[in-house]
Design a protein around this ligand. Structure first.
Ligand SMILES: [Fe+2]
Length: 540
């Protein structure tokens, strides 16, 4: 059942012999504990919620993964979010939840009580069933004397209905220490059906006492943030820091999120079980188990996504009536090692090997099979890294990013050929990672600019990673010249609003003036459309 049993057995043996990394045996055991204790003797005692004397809803709330009849609601109890125990004892806490048609909760729809377990760091995931399709709902939590803020969410349209429009925002890459989450402040005010997060929700890197580029002068962040996250406890604390940001909390309260991760939620540039610096696999997999568990705990994800040790099924499919099918990929957990050690490198036999995979075989089959059954107008693939061929220079000695799909061209070809064989309509690939906005036409043959455009790619810029950025990055001219299928390139921070309609899709690349100081202003840097049945981006 667990593909990593040999490594984990080795890890347990090593744990007995030496104290590696900063992982203690107890932390490792916790990272692998996926089941709650049975009710009764083994269960921790219940905390009398009336004894919670500080607001436990400091990290706001969230909702996600909308189905036609269900959404998942999330919160985490943390009276002192930046302290290791979040200010709560090792006890269960009973929490009430409510969901209503209206913001005042005058027309209640569903409600109940759930238990926040210390084993899951007092996070809650409520999968609400029996809802009506394609409508907004409002929700909140209560415990003791405390009530959470109110969140708004929305169900998906029913499978067989012809919804005429779906409006989403794509976001990625939110290094806390690179700036304020001003793009989220603006995004919270947009009229959207959902937000799709394409990874790097969290960075494992150290955050100094001033919050890095945020340059706090009114507070000091605790010293435990000023080192790289390695253990489950570290990652949990890091999520608390990120989620304590009011702009991020406002975005979650305003819209349901559909999330997938990239590398930094675990470690920069890891590939499958291989860490950036080639640590022994059993050490890295323990770290990965802690990172994955903290990710699940802190996102509005359903039970099937709950990790088992270092394994977590994050890829999944969501449909929005007949208008759109979303195949949300995980290109980190199962990918082949990076060719030529990663970075920018000339393409060659190592990167071009037919055996190389981005998704692993099982996920690839799931994707290709899923497309065969799709009758959706738009087939959207939210995933992590740049999909199109991207030469760095227009000359013949160009290099490609071995970390993106350019380092896995055989896998890209199977993807595009599979889409064509399945006859999918209007393929749109979404990603982040690059910390710039790109709009690409995806070509049948990237070496032939006259070859057919088979799909479009929207790469959303970062929310904050890379600090303020610039409209025209230093390599603007050479990248545009080297890649005739690159239709848009901008290096500021922001997000992308994508409106899927029955006849066309539209992408509005929103950027902000700055993130290293609060209050950056919003601009739409460019807008493109792609018509149904005619792939390719056209300036709107
Ligand atoms: Fe990133």
């Amino acid at each position: 059942m667990n593909s990593h049993q040999p490594e984990l057995r080795a890890a347990v043996r090593r744990l007995g012999r030496r104290h590696f990394l900063t992982l203690t045996a107890a932390a490792a055991a916790l990272a692998f504990a996926t089941e709650l204790p049975a009710a009764g003797a083994a269960s921790v005692p219940e905390l009398d919620a009336r004894k919670i004397t500080e607001n436990p809803f400091t990290l706001g709330l969230a909702s996600g993964d909308p189905l036609p009849d269900s959404v998942v609601l999330w919160t985490r109890l943390a009276p002192r979010p930046l302290e290791p125990d979040s200010g709560l004892p090792e006890k269960r806490v009973v929490v009430t939840w409510e969901l209503a048609h209206d913001e005042m909760f005058l027309r209640p729809v569903r409600g109940g009580t759930v238990t926040a377990h210390p084993e899951f760091d007092h996070t809650l995931h409520v999968e609400v069933p029996g809802l009506d399709p394609d409508r907004p709902y409002y929700y909140r939590f209560r415990t003791g004397a405390w009530a959470s803020p109110t969140g708004r969410t929305r169900t998906a349209p029913a499978a067989d209905t012809a919804k005429s429009q779906l409006k989403l925002a794509a976001v990625a890459c939110q290094a806390y220490h690179h700036g304020y989450y001003t793009p989220y402040r603006h995004l919270a005010g947009e009229d959207l059906d959902l937000v799709v997060h394409l990874g790097d929700y969290l960075y494992e890197y150290a955050v100094d006492s001033a919050g890095g580029a945020r340059g706090y002068t009114d507070r000091l962040l605790p010293a435990h943030f000023d080192r790289e996250a390695m253990t489950l406890a570290d990652y949990r604390l890091r999520y608390a820091l990120y989620k304590s940001d009011p702009d991020l909390a406002a975005a979650h309260a305003a819209h349901p999120f559909v999330v997938t991760w990239d590398d930094h939620e675990t470690e920069n540039n890891y590939a499958g079980g291989r860490s950036e610096n080639n640590d022994p696999p059993e050490e890295f997999l323990l770290r990965r188990a802690g990172a994955y568990r903290a990710y699940w705990e802190n996102q509005p994800l359903r039970a099937p996504q709950r990790p088992r040790g270092p394994d977590m099924r994050l890829y999944r499919r969501l449909t929005f009536g007949r208008l759109a099918q979303f195949d949300i990929l995980d290109t980190r957990q199962y990918r082949s090692e990076r060719a030529y050690g990663g970075g920018w490198h000339k393409s060659g036999p190592e990167s071009e090997a037919a055996s190389r995979t981005m998704t692993g075989e099982t996920q690839e089959r799931w994707l290709l099979d899923g497309w065969k059954g799709s009758g959706a107008t738009w087939n959207v693939v939210p995933q992590q890294v740049t999909f199109a061929r991207r030469r760095d220079v227009p000359t013949a000695d160009f290099k490609l990013s071995m970390d993106a799909w350019d380092g896995y061209p055989a896998a890209r070809k199977r993807f595009l050929d599979g889409a064509e064989a399945a006859g999918v309509q209007n393929l749109m690939v979404l990603d982040g990672d690059a910390h710039v906005g790109y709009g690409f036409d995806l070509k049948k043959d990237f070496d032939d600019p006259d070859s057919r455009t088979v799909a479009t790619e929207i790469s959303t810029t970062s929310v904050s990673s890379g600090k303020d950025g610039a409209d025209k990055p230093a390599n603007f001219d050479s990248l545009v010249q080297a890649n005739p299928h690159l239709k848009f390139y901008n290096g500021r921070r922001g997000y992308t609003v994508i409106t899927l309609g029955t006849d066309r899709a539209r992408a509005d690349f929103r950027t902000v003036s700055e993130v290293t100081r609060p209050g950056g202003t919003l601009t739409t840097a460019a807008s493109f459309v792609t018509e149904a049945g005619r792939p390719g981006l056209i300036p709107a």
